[in-house]
Design a binder for this molecule. Sequence first.
Ligand code: ADP
Ligand code: TMP
Ligand code: ASP
Length: 235
Amino acid sequence: MQKKEKIYEGKAKIIYSTDDPDHLILYYKDDATAFDNTKKGTIVDKGIMNNAISSKIFQLLSQNRIPNHFVEKLSDREMGVKKLQMLPVEVLVRNVVAGSLAKRYGMEEGTPLKRTILEFCYKDDSLHDPQCNEDHLLVFGWCTDQELINIKNYSLRVNDFLVGFFDSLGIRLIDFKLEFGRFKGDLLLADEITPDGCRLWDKKTGEKLDKDRFRRDLGGVEEAYKIVYEKVLNS
Ligand code: ADP
Ligand code: TMP
Ligand code: ASP
């Protein structure tokens, strides 16, 4: 896969075209943002750790027959992926009350949910990624009926796999965000699965091992990412 020109720079990654029109390269940066880009910073070597974590998880998901965009890990910071037409939607998968769910309903962080909750957001930073429901997805044409069925089915299957995977590493998977896109008529899981977009708590101590350390100024950000990186890579 030959890198060509830069086509997009986002908050955490840069996208390059390649010599193959069906493939892109995702370059993982150390930049960290939160709260719609209003809080900005750097997490040293985050790009290297996130590329490695995400690559490993996508490979495991492929082995578990969850269709995804991963093609190959190309270098420390570069991942080769299929070029998708992204759906403008973020899927939030929640196992335990935390973050905006706790805030919205005045609930205590850490309360287990009796079953997994799926939530949807419209991906548009200028609108602050507003929450939406299944009707919005369908009526506004952000996905088809069949795609919505697949999104829900894949999200729950990813959750089942990841809960067990992280549990085996001594980590509790609290919640996470997924993105999907279309490739030649198929719906594929895309973007990244990393401590940037997951809440990961140490099973024994409850210590936060994810981007909440940056969002909430808890310190030990790089150290937390490194713990996840080493556990995932040594699994
Ligand atoms: P953001 O755009 O939210 O700032 P990033 O910095 O992570 O986020 O940029 C990566 C962008 O690439 C995201 O907008 C994501 O939707 C998009 N993306 C992820 N995987 C693919 C893919 N396989 N094909 C096309 N676009 C993708
Ligand atoms: P929230 O509690 O802030 O809504 O976040 C739920 C999970 O989704 C958390 O693990 C962080 C992740 N997430 C993102 O990665 N990007 C986003 O834009 C949002 C809103 C959440
Ligand atoms: N990634 C989003 C932002 O930069 C939300 C977050 O992760 O807190 O604002």
